[in-house]
Write a protein of this length. Structure first.
Length: 357
């Protein structure tokens, strides 16, 4: 009984110590968390509210974490078992209604407040703006294709170009498995789900080139499923779109007309480099003649050197048949036998054989 009364008298001392330790540790934790540079440079108007939301979450979470760990560590140390106490048991406790109400109500209030704030931020950054540009984003194993509206048609590109300060509405789709369209510099990401259109909005506000990342494990080539977003001046964007348009038209005329608005060029070099449908070999492969320097797949100047047309054809149609040393099967799409028209395939094979002789 004596020990229990002593413990009761000591309680305020322990609480005071816990509070002091907790305040100091929380302050240190918050300063440290705010000093850490968590995010890459921000390049869209969506980024600032998200970064502020993150800071607020950190400021609120650190004291909660510190409170719990301080109480646990302090208790473990202060009331540890000492020699000779092996058979002792503590006083029976039946609960404390006041404490239980407090530790239920406080987290509930905190959660509702933070969720409301996060909801408000999400609502704000997803508001539809005037003069919004539409871009359709299609993910497949293991590449992104971006479709721009151009009159009644669509122009396809494997590079994402966006004009500065123009709101963009991305409609996100997948041809096969789950992918996730993520532009860290914009602070927005959303899953690409087969059969469903998802969407996300961003208004780029900083000139530069930033990574586009697939943020959903989607197969062997997941880590290589990257592209770039180029935020450029509006004039530069328009001239780029013009080039894409003339490339598509040239492709349509030489290829005898593409189906479904997609390019059907049979000019092999164009097929290899333009980053347009259905292939974009240069985004993954180095080829001196085409001026490409992709490193996801093997250097074609080396691995195709002196190879036969049959070997090259097989390598495009069944990429897993022969795998270059140091590379992994399953990275290169195995769909080109279907997606390339026979004339395109033949042109590519001929071109590759000639330039790697
Ligand atoms: Cu697509 Cu990961």
């Amino acid at each position: 009984m004596n020990g229990e009364r002593q413990a009761e008298r000591d309680a305020p001392v322990h609480v005071a110590r816990l509070v002091i330790i907790g305040i100091i540790a929380s302050a240190l934790g918050i300063v440290l968390a705010l000093l850490i540079n968590w995010f890459p440079v921000s390049a869209a108007t969506q980024a600032k509210p998200i970064d502020t939301l993150w800071d607020v979450l950190v400021i609120v979470s650190v004291p909660v974490f510190v409170l719990v760990t301080t109480v646990v560590l302090y208790s473990v140390y202060r009331w540890r078992m000492r020699p000779g106490e092996e058979l002792l048991d503590g006083p029976p406790i039946h609960g404390n209604t006041r404490l239980e109400i407090v530790w239920t109500a406080l987290p509930a209030i905190l959660l509702v407040a933070l969720c409301s704030y996060a909801y408000a931020v999400l609502h704000d950054i997803e508001v539809a703006k005037a003069d919004t540009m539409e871009v359709r984003v299609v993910g497949e194993q293991f590449a992104w294709t971006f479709y721009y509206r151009d009159g009644g048609k669509e122009l396809a590109s494997h590079q994402l170009y966006l004009p500065l300060n123009r709101p963009v509405h991305f409609t996100i789709q997948s041809k096969d498995v789950l992918h996730d369209f993520w532009v860290p510099a914009f602070r927005v990401k959303k899953d690409a789900v087969r059969g469903i259109d998802t969407d996300v909005r961003a208004t780029p506000n900083r000139i530069g080139t930033y990574p586009v990342v697939c943020a959903e494990l989607c197969g062997l080539g997941h880590a290589a499923m990257r592209a770039s977003v180029h935020v450029v001046q509006p004039q530069q964007f328009n001239s780029w779109l013009g080039k894409l348009r003339s490339g598509a038209q040239a492709g349509a005329s030489t290829g005898g007309g593409g189906g479904g608005g997609e390019q059907a060029s049979t000019d092999a070099k164009t097929l290899f480099t333009t980053a347009a449908q259905p292939v974009a070999c240069g985004s993954c492969h180095t080829l001196a003649d085409a001026g490409t320097n992709g490193t996801t797949g093997p250097d074609l100047d080396q691995v195709l050197k002196g190879k036969s047309a049959a070997f090259i054809k097989q390598s495009i149609e069944q990429p897993n048949a022969v795998i270059a040393k140091g590379y992994t099967p399953g990275i290169m799409p195995q769909t080109y036998a279907q997606s390339l028209k026979p004339a395109q395939l033949a042109a590519l094979v001929k071109y590759l054989q000639e330039v790697t002789k």
